[in-house]
Write a new protein. Sequence first.
Length: 277
Amino acid sequence: MLELHDLKGRIGQLWSNRSLLSEHDAEARETVHEAIDLLDRGEVRVAEMRDAEEVLVNEWLMQAILLLFKVSSMETTEMGPFEYADKIPLKTRYHAKGVRVVPGASARWGSHLAPGVVLMPSYVNIGAYVGANTMVDTWATVGSCAQVGKNVHLSGGVGIGGVLEPPGATPVMVGDECLIGSRCIVAEGARVGEGSVLGAGCILTGSVPVIDAETGWELGRGSVPPWCVAVSGTRRRTFNGGDFGLPCVLVVKRLKPGERHDKARLNEVLREHGSAA
């Protein structure tokens, strides 16, 4: 803990003097790499749930990621027939870490992939955390600093948004045991509670209302409660130019904590409400 506190202090000092830094500052680069290595190994996280409602953001780790761009130079990386030019290398040694990565998938150094993660052709950005046994399906993306729990399925084409600036901004949080349906967008610090399901095509951002379909009550903005099934919807709003349907997310079913539907039964629930997983 003392070593971590010391590292946090050194990152803070570098951040205060970031305008003076360059790719030639070897001491600063060593300090920043120390922080990024911790993220890469999953020993620290950019953000985590403090309780059911509050997200704790470790601002200094976001600062470390931004500093990495200041102290790094462009380099060419070759992997098989592919060539990349970037300031941040890709992760390696997946097999030793218990991670399955299909050709066409990539993850940046500084992201963490826990044992049992499967990456279909997909992308995971720096600062992101992907929990154990989670599937990142074809063409899904996990943005910078997004936090995804264990035993999650990010279906094909899902976009989990990222955030780096300003440091301290809340990233997307997806709880354990979730199913995010095909082509969903979860962005702008939105949250999906543990065990919940988003039907295909949902757009969930920090400003999108989440509504209980049974009561019509607005449950909040940008946050789907734990253990429920939610689908894409619209609600009517009147403007000077007429009536328009604005996007919302509808909670159509409550699950018992710990309840897990098999895929066929889950698809039946979603089809009843005009969506599909």
